[in-house]
Write a protein that binds this ligand. Structure first.
Ligand SMILES: Cc1cc2nc3c(=O)[nH]c(=O)nc-3n(C[C@H](O)[C@H](O)[C@H](O)COP(=O)(O)OP(=O)(O)OC[C@H]3O[C@@H](n4cnc5c(N)ncnc54)[C@H](O)[C@@H]3O)c2cc1C
Length: 383
């Protein structure tokens, strides 16, 4: 079977590795000349490590990552800590933190170690016939190559050329809130904990990074004025100071879901198929799980592929609904939501069943395993 994987971000790399394990040898292209150096997605969930385990890469990801000890909340000057029990998965801790660039590097290293062909860099998909699988690929020297594939797998991100060529609608909208993030140093935070400062109309999160340093993420109200670069590099909140940022970014986020994942000779995965708020750290995790599940379905024929498309889209729809609710909770847009948020944050550490539920959610263990029956009950998420 001639398979083209378009995109060598985390999802494309995981897919190439998973297909190789099935004895399939896809060709992989990426228009970027080099891998992205940015730390973007940080959290790797237990469910994702479990999916990557058979590919021989989960251990290296785990040992490079920082193991989060828990979550602290600062509410009205009081500090509340919620320490994880690390019981959500028998083999993997609740959630580990690793910059996306490191995750991609370890996936690419594993691809090389198993003898798979490396991604062809600087090669862009410029046209695609969804019915025949005929593609045109532009090479770095400007040459355009024509080729035919039985299956073209779109792991080419939110602006996916594969999705656009197939005319698949990317349904959804933009959130009102703005997000800013910065990687830098900080004092006054609880080490190895995710530190959360809920606010009025927004909130700030600090994620510990593996080699020291912190990722700051703040959600700002829609009417907030643009934040000057200098204020992203150095700022203070009660009891803490953030400084010397090496990377920062300010952006608006959207929530969108492809109307289908599978048509003609194509399938969509990762950000090409779904994008949502980073609340809950689901984006990259969901995409890597799409990839591992697809590689298991592919050798079982068209019915299994159709089932893969339906199941993974149902999972993404649930994630979108959940991250919408979480985003509203974090942003604390109205007084009732802020009150509810305050009560929930105070209750979680005190009520073991609630704490266990939160821990399972952080670990992504309340979504189906990629090799399991997979189907979500129509009422929502299995617990
Ligand atoms: C600033 C920022 C912060 C983020 N923070 C988080 C976070 O905290 N948590 C989280 O879960 N997620 C986060 N994300 C989202 C996360 O980065 C994505 O979910 C993840 O990168 C999706 O992986 P992917 O492989 O599907 O797509 P991408 O990483 O976008 O990779 C797509 C690849 O396809 C290639 N490509 C595109 N078009 C073509 C073409 N026509 N031909 C060939 N190649 C092509 C691109 O060059 C790229 O390498 C963040 C994203 C950004 C931008």
């Amino acid at each position: 079977m001639r398979i083209l994987v378009v995109g060598a971000g985390p999802v494309g790399l995981a897919l190439a590795l998973a297909l190789h394990r099935q004895g399939l040898a896809p060709r992989q292209v990426d228009k970027a000349p080099t891998p992205s150096p940015w730390s973007k997605a940080l959290g790797i969930q237990a469910r994702t490590l479990e999916a990557l385990d058979p590919l021989g890469v989960a251990d290296s990801l785990q040992s490079a990552a920082l193991h989060v000890r828990g979550v602290t909340f600062r509410l009205g000057g009081a500090k509340q800590a919620f320490t994880l029990r690390h019981a959500a998965h028998p083999r993997f801790p609740s959630m580990v933190i690793l910059p996306q660039s490191e995750t991609e590097r370890l996936l690419a290293e594993r691809l090389a170690a198993v003898g798979a062909a490396p991604p062809e860099r600087g090669v862009e998909l410029v046209s695609l016939n969804v019915s025949t699988g005929a593609v045109e690929l532009r090479h770095p020297d400007g040459r355009v190559e024509a080729a035919d594939y039985d299956l073209v797998l779109g792991c080419d991100g939110a602006h996916s050329a594969v999705r656009k060529a197939a005319g698949i609608v990317f349904e959804g909208a933009r959130y009102e809130e703005k997000l800013v993030l910065a990687d830098g140093r900080a004092e006054g935070l609880e080490p190895d904990y995710i530190n959360i400062f809920p606010g009025r109309g927004g909130g700030a999160f600090f994620f510990p990074l593996p080699h020291g340093g912190w990722r700051a993420v703040a959600m700002l109200p829609p009417d907030a004025p643009p934040v000057p670069d200098e204020d992203l590099r150095h700022f203070q909140l009660p009891g803490m100071r953030f400084h010397d940022a090496t990377w920062w970014s300010a952006f608006r986020i959207s929530h969108r879901l492809a109307e289908t994942y599978r048509t003609g000779r194509i399938a969509l995965l990762g950000d090409a198929a779904h994008i949502h708020s980073p609340a809950g750290g689901q984006g990259m995790n969901l995409g890597i799980q799409d990839a591992c599940a697809l590689a298991l379905a592919l050798p079982r024929g068209e019915t299994a592929l159709a089932e893969w498309a339906e199941t993974r889209r149902a999972v993404a729809r649930t994630v979108l609904a959940r991250t919408d609710r979480l985003t509203a909770m974090v942003s604390g847009r109205n007084a009732a939501v802020r009150l509810l948020r305050g009560v929930a944050l105070r209750l979680v550490p005190r009520l073991p069943p609630l704490a266990a539920r939160l821990e399972r959610a952080l670990a992504g263990m309340d979504y189906p395993a990629v090799d399991g029956p997979g189907r979500l009950p129509s009422s929502g998420i299995p617990t």
